[in-house]
Design a protein around this ligand. Structure first.
Ligand SMILES: Nc1ncnc2c1ncn2[C@@H]1O[C@H](COP(=O)(O)OP(=O)(O)O)[C@@H](O)[C@H]1O
Ligand SMILES: [Mg+2]
Length: 381
């Protein structure tokens, strides 16, 4: 067990690392952050910030020697350096888990090999997607195997003309081609698992994306109880099969036919779990700390129905590509049961996650209506 007073090392200095550090410090831990870019959101609150590249072995080794356990908030860390770190200090979730989840092709192959329900796909490992598209059929989505997030590195193909364009765009890149999924809802389940193998699933969240970026998360999700239980059970079985220690976020499609299909996995806190900071008995960040430190897991249940809204750089007032005004923050402060979380990023950019807010209410429909209303107010000049 790693106990309060000891030091947690976090690889990655974005907002997930920042909220993780804050939760860990509340419990009395010290937090060291390793992040290539200086002045990062997590570094601003950490006890120590190290700025070096993820393949700087000397810097990583020194970092490992300064902490009692290492975790990460960022998935694109090269596997080689991670394995070296794990030899010096416990690293959770284990490097093998990250290796699978950081690459779409490996992740999907793992889901298939372990017979978890997933969207039909074909691999295009040589960077020639035509055969894979022919196998899957149109419409479909081409996704690069590495370094995708918030819809980056993806293209939907509906017509043969799209294919021609995509062949040129993705030439030479390892890709997967997925069948287009007609879903009625997007859901996610975040599961915590600790070293002794105890698991706790957060209640399923309903996620609404706009332009492939998470816009709203609603908890509890507006789905049948049996669907919610099935999603939580499925995510728990995946976490157990992977042997995750820490959090595992499982993104799911609920198809129009009523099936649950896994979209992607992330072995870390997840944007769709931010509601838990205000609406949960235990936040996902505290739960991650508990899991990687070998502590008993917290109660993941919903205290109050909550809707989380992402605040992107788009919410600022823009003119000729320049920021000319900030969102109307007082609108959030003036709303009861609304909470603002900003990540300390100084430069807003379109599509960049700057913060989020939550709204709680007696039921999720009311919270959702208030959240949409508040989102409109926030961006109104
Ligand atoms: N096969 C698919 N069918 C329908 N929608 C999809 C499909 N793949 C992705 N999407 C949409 O794009 C979003 C982002 O894709 P995802 O694979 O989760 O990548 P990431 O979150 O890493 O950008 C999904 O949440 C979903 O809204
Ligand atoms: Mg996703």
């Amino acid at each position: 067990m790693i106990l309060p007073g000891q030091t947690i090392g976090v690889l990655g200095g974005g907002q997930l690392g920042r909220m993780l550090a804050q939760a860990a410090q509340t419990l009395g831990y010290r937090v060291h952050v390793f992040e290539p870019q200086s002045q990062c959101p997590a570094g601003a609150v950490a006890n120590r910030e190290v700025n070096a590249s993820y393949d700087d072995l000397a810097a990583l080794t020194a970092f490992a020697r300064s902490v009692d356990v290492i975790t990460y908030e960022f998935e694109n860390i090269p596997a080689g350096p991670l394995a070296a770190l794990a030899a010096l200090v416990p690293l959770y979730p284990r490097a093998e888990v990250l290796h699978i989840c950081q690459n779409r092709q490996r992740e999907k192959a793992w889901l298939r090999a372990n017979e978890f329900p997933h969207v039909r796909f074909a691999e295009a490992l040589d960077g020639d997607i035509a055969a894979a598209v022919a196998e899957v059929g149109l419409p479909c989505v081409v996704k690069t195997a590495d370094f995708g997030y918030d819809g980056k590195g993806q293209m939907k193909l509906a017509t043969p003309a799209d294919l021609e364009q995509a062949v040129a765009i993705f030439r030479g890149r390892r890709c997967v081609v997925e069948a287009w999924c007609e879903f009625s809802r997007e859901l996610s389940v975040i599961v915590a698992r600790n070293l002794p193998g105890e698991t706790r699933a957060f209640p399923v969240a309903e996620n609404i994306h706009t332009h492939h970026i998470l816009d709203f998360s609603l908890v509890p999700a507006r789905v049948a109880v049996e669907t919610a239980r099935a999603a939580e059970a499925l995510a728990t079985r995946i976490a157990e099969k992977l042997g995750v220690v820490g959090l595992l976020a499982v993104e799911l499609f609920l198809t129009t036919g009523g099936d649950l299909l896994v979209n992607e996995l992330a072995p870390r806190p997840h944007n769709s779990g931010h509601w838990s900071l205000d609406g949960g008995e235990t936040s996902q960040f505290e739960q991650h700390v508990r899991a990687v430190c070998g502590l008993p897991l917290g109660d993941p249940s919903v205290r109050e129905p909550t809707v989380m809204v992402n605040i992107l750089g788009d919410a600022w007032h823009w003119s000729d590509g320049k920021v000319v005004g900030a969102p109307d923050w007082p609108a959030i402060f003036a709303t009861s049961r609304a909470k603002l979380h900003l990540y300390g990023k100084t430069e807003p950019r379109p599509g960049r996650k700057m913060g989020h807010f939550t709204v709680r209410a007696e039921n999720v429909e009311i919270a959702f209506a208030q959240a949409r209303d508040l989102k409109r107010k926030l961006t109104r000049s």
